[in-house]
Design a protein around this ligand. Structure first.
Ligand code: ADP
Ligand code: MG
Length: 251
């Protein structure tokens, strides 16, 4: 099967610090890929390469290519705004805009001209249903998003991400700031979302990676030390470091 997203020999340095080393990873379509590994090994940095988030950082030097459906998103004629539309991102701390629940979602639709004015309420409703938040907020769409709980805010950020119909969603430790019940809801949501979207998630939780991912990549000091089907990596790791990490002997 052709990968949805593929990195080829990605190297990244911040100034003189070499943070990613020849990363080659293939992300299959409509699957969840989890990136695990000790702090500082480059997981977030790799995730951010995947939608060119480092473009604005003059210290970040990226070499190599990333293909989305076979097209190089790092080629000079690829539309960068289009990259962010096709490859959305959800961050560790929920970061809703200081706007109403409704406008958190409507805003991106308006500025990207993705829906006719009269269509916007429908898309907002669909997106909130898609992130399993609708029943909790349908009577308070005009309330500030900041009045929601942390778990609700994160599901709102996911609704905002899916509203613009990306193809890939990158999530950087999306549940690390959430309580166990909210975490469970967001995990269920991710499994549901992979019917339509390709998901790459960074997680510190081995249990989470095992519960929800189809493939797992273990990163260590800027290398992709191991990558394979989740069950295989957890039951029969090929790299001694992976085994040590998942058995909890370091990290
Ligand atoms: P992880 O997500 O695996 O914890 P990161 O990708 O955040 O790791 O960081 C990898 C390395 O790159 C770390 O040594 C970190 O200090 C460094 N780093 C991350 N972002 C920047 C930046 N904007 N400028 C300089 N160094 C950075
Ligand atoms: Mg990180």
């Amino acid at each position: 099967m052709k990968p949805k997203l593929e990195t080829r020999d990605i190297n990244l340095s911040f100034g003189s610090k070499h943070v990613l080393k020849d990363i080659n990873i293939q992300i299959p379509e409509k699957r969840i890929v989890a990136l695990i590994g000790p702090s500082g090994c480059g997981k977030s940095t790799l995730l951010r390469c995947m939608n060119r988030m480092h473009d604005l950082n003059p210290d970040a030097h990226v070499k190599g290519d990333i293909f989305l459906d076979g097209e190089n998103i790092y080629s000079s004629d690829y539309d960068v705004v289009g990259v962010r539309r096709k490859i959305g991102m959800v961050f560790q701390r929920p970061n809703p805009f200081p706007k109403s629940i409704f406008n958190n979602i409507a805003y991106g639709l308006r500025i990207n001209k993705l829906a006719e004015k009269k269509e916007i309420p429908n898309v907002v409703e669909e997106s909130l249903k898609g992130s399993y938040l609708w029943d909790e907020v349908k009577d308070s769409l005009d309330s500030s998003a900041l009045s929601l709980s942390g778990g609700q805010q994160q599901r709102l950020c996911i609704a905002r991400a899916i509203a613009i119909r990306p193809e890939v969603i990158l999530m950087d430790e999306p549940t690390s700031a959430l309580d166990p019940i909210s975490t469970g809801k967001v995990e269920e949501l991710m499994v549901e979302l992979k019917k339509e979207f390709t998901i790459v998630i960074v997680t510190h939780s081995m249990q989470q990676a095992r519960r929800i991912s189809d493939h797992v990549g273990f990163m260590y000091l800027g290398d992709l030390a191991e990558y394979g089907p989740t069950e295989r990596v957890f039951t029969n790791p090929q790299n001694e470091l992976t085994e040590k990490y998942i058995s909890g002997s370091f990290g």
